[in-house]
Ligand binder design. Structure first.
Ligand code: UDP
Ligand code: MG
Length: 160
């Protein structure tokens, strides 16, 4: 562990990023991972996973009263998802920008949803909406031992 390579540890956040079943089925896994990798965030956890219904309901519990909730749960559990934990200073807000607006038709070109999707109900990727939810969601989707503590060889070339 090289502490001098990790800038201002107290600012480091984690975001839970998930490629939804449509992203996996459409062969967009590499493309989506690549955007976070190239940006310069640190991958701490990664797995292909068939999400059980109770986990999907817990993950989206704030939306349980919405009319689209049952369809959302069917969608998220309809096939494997790719679960990721990404770390970095400002990663939560930055990942939301890289992902783009919830409705892909309103998402800017250059964003994942803006480039790769056409409908809210098939918007290919999830990203945590706050640092607290980043922590909560990573604890929900990953077990102990599934996350790696490591320092990227690029660290000192990404942050001064
Ligand atoms: N969603 C939907 N219909 C809606 C709004 C949301 O199917 O009218 C789905 C969509 O997959 C979205 C997810 O529910 O990504 C979570 O909604 P949220 O508002 O949290 O959007 P996000 O944070 O994913 O942009
Ligand atoms: Mg959300």
């Amino acid at each position: 562990f090289l502490p001098h390579l990790v800038a201002s540890m107290e600012d480091v956040e984690v975001s839970y990023i998930m490629i939804k079943p449509d992203g996996v089925q459409r062969g967009l896994v590499g493309e989506i991972i690549s955007r976070f990798e190239k940006k310069g965030f640190l991958l701490k956890g990664l797995k292909l996973f068939q999400c059980p219904k109770d986990l999907a309901e817990e993950h989206y519990k704030d939306l349980k009263d919405k009319s689209f909730f049952p369809k959302l749960i069917d969608y998220i559990t309809s096939g494997p998802v790719v679960c990721m934990a990404w770390e970095g200073v400002g990663v939560v807000a930055s990942a939301r920008k890289l992902i783009g607006a919830t409705n892909p038709l309103q998402a800017e070109p250059g964003t994942i949803r803006g480039d790769l999707a056409v409908q809210t109900g098939r918007n290919v990727v999830h990203g945590s909406d706050s640092p607290d939810n980043g922590q909560r969601e990573i604890a929900l989707w990953f077990k102990e031992g599934e996350l790696c503590q490591w320092v990227s060889a690029q660290a000192s070339w990404l942050r001064e």
